[in-house]
Design a binder for this molecule. Structure first.
Ligand code: PMP
Length: 375
């Protein structure tokens, strides 16, 4: 028998050494690694979603509404309550997670010969959207405290002349929010290029008192897009529903690049049912915020390797802390004790999501134990 020839696949060369993105999905008791909301939907919410999906199922022989006006109206209504900013449904867009919304943005505004800029450390999917749309990817650095220096941001935008500026607020993995002055400086510089400014507010509902959302700048900035998601505060990561608020002109550009019927009738039905229960789904956000602040305060009292732990200021439902001489050993030690967190961020740092009170306690006990063993 002759050995069959190894097939040669014409893979794009830049993908040759790439691996699929994703945090390890391990079966351990305490999962604090991907910034999910630890509270499952109530039985009442589950029943409404099930009834709404059953209704949608009766029409599954037909394609769903391509422009989903009902869902866009519901999302606009939610934003009006959450942020006091009233938008027309034509200013709202949605897709399968805010990941897909941001891919739409890069498909419409990036592309060959174009540049997207951001500031590292930041969300590790951004360079993938750029790669997948053949957009050049350039990052400036954040300061020691993970903030962005407005003058440096303006200088980078003027030097690189990007068509997209991508900023997370709060930023992942650091938790850092974007102050109003920095965003205004970026918006002004971007308008002169011109570039679209994307503020990724995946964690915005967890922001502290006094931290602004970018939503109220939409009225005066047609080149601003604010992305949100139902994955975090809404406790619906499994639903895959991300959305965006922007000018109607910007949304209309995204409608050109989306695949037809990208948002299934099942997803639309589930999301509308969940939005009808927004109060119950968001009920835990205040608790999670308070727990986050308590966790930050506790971590600041801890020492490792003969020095006090550093803890990044956070407006999100997670905390970046460090530094450890061997962060992998600490991550592994926690995993050995049934607690999965994320080995991410600058060298020496680790990120933990805020869980239920019992999960947070389990993390604290495990970390105390691991640090004691390491000393
Ligand atoms: N933006 C940031 C900053 C994130 O951390 C995440 C998820 N980890 C997302 C966007 C994507 O979330 P989703 O696709 O679930 O909406």
């Amino acid at each position: 028998m002759t050995t069959p020839a190894v097939p040669v696949l014409p893979l794009r060369p830049e993908l040759a050494d790439e691996v699929p993105y994703g945090a390890p999905q391990l079966d351990v008791p305490v999962l604090l690694n991907v910034n999910e909301n630890p509270f499952a939907p109530s039985e009442e919410v589950v029943a409404t979603i099930a009834a709404s999906v059953a209704e949608a199922a009766r029409g599954l022989n037909r394609y769903p509404d391509r422009d989903f006006p009902g869902l866009r109206q519901d999302l606009a209504d939610f934003l009006a309550v959450e942020s006091g900013v009233r938008l027309d449904p034509s200013q709202v867009w949605a897709a399968n997670g805010s990941n897909e919304v941001m891919l739409h943005l890069l498909q419409a505004f990036g592309g060959p010969g174009r540049t997207a800029v951001s500031f590292a450390p930041t969300y590790s999917m951004y360079p993938e959207y750029a790669r997948d749309t053949h957009t050049r990817w350039v990052t400036g650095r954040r300061a020691e405290d993970f903030t962005i220096d407005p003058a440096a941001a303006v200088a980078l935008i003027e030097a690189e002349r990007p068509s997209v500026v991508l900023l997370a607020s709060p930023n992942n993995p650091t938790g850092t929010a974007l102050p109003r002055e920095t965003l205004e400086a970026v918006l002004d510089a971007a308008a002169r290029v011109p570039a679209v400014v994307v503020v990724d507010e995946a964690y915005a509902e967890f922001r502290r008192e006094g931290t602004p959302s970018a939503l109220d700048l939409l009225a005066d900035h047609p080149h601003l897009a604010v992305t949100r998601t139902m994955s975090k505060a809404f406790a619906a990561a499994g639903m895959r529903l991300g959305y965006l608020a922007a000018s109607t002109a910007l949304v209309d550009a995204l409608r050109v690049v989306r695949l037809p019927y990208h948002l299934s009738a099942v997803t639309q039905a589930a999301a509308r049912a969940a939005l009808a229960h927004r109060d119950s789904l968001l009920a835990q956000v205040a608790d999670l915020r308070a727990q986050r602040d308590a966790l930050v305060a506790w971590l600041r009292t801890q020492r490792a390797g003969g020095r006090a732990l550093q803890v990044a200021e956070t407006d999100a439902n997670f905390v970046l802390f460090g530094t450890f001489d061997d962060r992998h050993a600490v991550w592994q030690g926690l995993l050995d004790r049934g607690v999965l967190i994320r080995e991410t961020g600058p060298e020496g740092w680790l990120r933990v999501s805020v869980g239920t009170p019992a999960e947070t306690r389990a993390f604290q006990d495990a970390l105390t134990d691991v640090i004691a063993q390491e000393e």
